[in-house]
Design a binder for this molecule. Structure first.
Ligand code: NAG
Ligand code: NAG
Ligand code: NAG
Ligand code: NAG
Ligand code: NAG
Ligand code: NAG
Ligand code: NAG
Length: 482
């Protein structure tokens, strides 16, 4: 008993000395930076001697209190309601750190940790800085303006503009607008006037976080349109702006329909998704060098005319190249020939048809209805009609050439006539076949993958977790995940 008593006194003397020296030493404010809307620990420790009273204040506002060995919420400011806790099991070991959950812009400021034990009082200050990370930078372009914006950031970042090829900084007149939402988060939008021709430059904007820990870059080039005859292989350029190591590349095609992702490549997995397999491809070797140009093997007027957008996304960067592609019909001379030819075909067929009706038909009035079935006539048929039809066919051909000859048309005319007929017979099903192969634009979109939208901005969907009214308890474990 006496032994214990003596030990206690000795301990108290030592502690008192320590405490006295402690009050003499003014600790500098601790500095803590927390990311909105993460959880955040404001550190505070004291020398444990029996029961303790803990008060956390922000300026004069009560944030969290602890005495009689439990949390006391009676005086807590409602701004902090349900968002604070202490590590109760660590308090006996001198840990008075405050866990502030779902940090907000308004939380920033200077906090005081007051602790009181039998052996004295202590005040420790913590400066809390907050920041909301840049999560995306969106670049939009019209014929006159290029705009870069980012939402839900804090504090104000630095915005810079550049072009490739470079142009004098003073020619890059930008205006930057900031707006604050009810949570105190910022939307920053910077606009630059296009220099001369839209397609002459790549426009680059950078959002640099106030503490320089993040630099987000968006760049875009709207290339001059490409006009190309159908059927001739075509390359649509898209090269990464700088040597990106890890990137994903997406080619999107837009015509009259919704944008369709036609090709996607991931440099990490080297996996390629290709909706236009066989029609379009990327050169795998060039890809490794950052060249994601798209090769169209046999561009088609209907299927491949439209806007091609190449998006290269890397770590905190996005580069877009947009090109309008106009696939035109094959060259004019060939075109005219084919028009003439088809005119002749039509004329010749018409003539042939006319002769069939006016000359051949009267000779076999009785079989009039079955005349079209000439093809089947070559087969043996038990009924007489078959033979009659066969005969008719021969007769028609003979008559036709005879009459054409008689009318004194040039020697090549009958030949043309039959050629035309062959062509007609052959070309009609061909056309039908083409139609069935050439899927209408809408058909492609059935398997369409929606283009990747801009990354989710902000994070309003705060995890609603049951409020811990009695210490941080299991939150301690959860903290590592947050
Ligand atoms: C915290 O920042 C202030 C000024 O920003 C500085 O004076 C102080 O020394 C810093 N505290 C620590 C512990 O580094
Ligand atoms: C208090 O305990 C928490 C939870 O274990 C820990 O994260 C924190 O660093 C401790 N603070 C001090 C000042 O020891
Ligand atoms: C953009 O505007 C800011 C301030 O408005 C200015 O400091 C900067 O020089 C301008 N130009 C570029 C290229 O960022
Ligand atoms: C824009 O391009 C056209 C040709 O495409 C050229 O005639 C014109 O001079 C260009 N203008 C500027 C400002 O570069
Ligand atoms: C812009 O591009 C057009 C055609 O691409 C070219 O004729 C013109 O000289 C360029 N202008 C400048 C200022 O580079
Ligand atoms: C690219 O990704 C790999 C695998 O995730 C990683 O190890 C590497 O550091 C990344 N490189 C860069 C430059 O980010
Ligand atoms: C495509 O090019 C042709 C021929 O140059 C032109 O007549 C047509 O208007 C162009 N179409 C588009 C959408 O630019």
């Amino acid at each position: 008993m006496a032994e214990t008593h003596g030990l206690m006194i000795m301990l108290l003397i030592i502690l008192e000395k320590l405490l006295l020296t402690n009050t003499k030493v003014l600790l500098p404010d601790a500095n803590v930076t927390c990311i909105i809307p993460d959880d955040c620990i404001l550190p505070c420790s004291f020398r444990p001697t029996g029961t303790v009273v803990i008060h956390w204040y922000k300026q004069q506002i009560p944030v969290h209190s602890y005495y009689y060995n439990k949390d006391q919420f009676g005086l807590q400011n409602k701004h902090f309601s349900g968002r604070t806790c202490l590590f109760n099991s660590h308090i006996p070991h001198g840990n008075a750190s405050l866990l502030l959950r779902r940090v907000k812009v308004q939380d920033k400021g200077r906090y005081k940790c007051y602790t009181s034990t039998r052996k004295g009082n202590q005040e420790i200050f913590v400066n809390l800085e907050v920041k909301a990370l840049i999560q995306s930078v969106i670049m939009e372009m019209t014929d006159e303006m290029v705009t870069c914006s980012s939402h839900n950031i804090y504090p104000v970042p630095q915005v810079t503009w550049a072009t490739d090829p470079p142009s004098a900084q003073k020619t890059l007149e930008n205006s930057t607008i900031k707006s604050t939402d009810h949570k105190g988060l910022l939307t920053v939008e910077s606009t630059l006037r296009i220099l001369g021709n839209l397609s002459n430059y790549t426009y680059i904007c950078s959002f640099i976080a106030a503490d320089k820990t993040q630099v987000w870059t968006a760049s875009r080039k709207n290339r001059e349109g490409i006009t190309q005859e159908e059927g001739h292989a075509l390359t649509i350029p898209c090269i990464t702006p700088h040597n990106l190591q890890n990137f994903s590349l997406t080619w999107t095609f837009t015509s009259s329909t919704e944008p369709t992702v036609i090709l996607r490549y991931d440099s990490k997995t080297r996996h390629t998704f290709n909706l236009w397999e066989g029609q379009a491809e990327l050169d795998q070797d060039l890809l490794l060098l950052g060249d994601g140009s798209l090769l169209l093997h046999k561009p088609d007027i209907e299927e491949h005319s439209g806007t091609y957008t190449c998006t290269i996304s890397g770590l905190q960067s996005r580069h877009i190249v947009q090109t309008k592609v106009n696939i035109t019909v094959a060259s004019i001379s060939v075109d005219e020939q084919s028009v003439q030819r088809s005119w002749w075909s039509t004329a010749a067929s018409a003539a042939f048809f006319l002769f069939t009706i006016t000359v051949a038909l009267p000779q076999c009035v009785r079989q009039r209805g079955t005349a079209v079935e000439t093809r089947s006539a070559s087969h043996d048929r038990s009924n007489g009609a078959g033979f009659v039809e066969g005969g008719l066919h021969k007769h028609l051909s003979a008559t036709a050439s005879y009459i054409i000859g008689q009318h004194g048309v040039e020697g090549n005319r009958p030949q043309l006539q039959f050629e035309a007929q062959d062509e007609l017979a052959g070309s009609t099903p061909n056309t039908a076949e083409d139609c069935s192969v050439a899927l209408p634009p809408g058909t492609n979109t059935e398997q369409e993958e929606k283009p990747v939208g801009p990354p989710v901005e902000g994070n309003d969907g705060l995890q609603s977790s049951s409020m811990e009214r009695d210490g941080c308890g299991n939150i301690e474990a959860g903290l590592h995940i947050a």
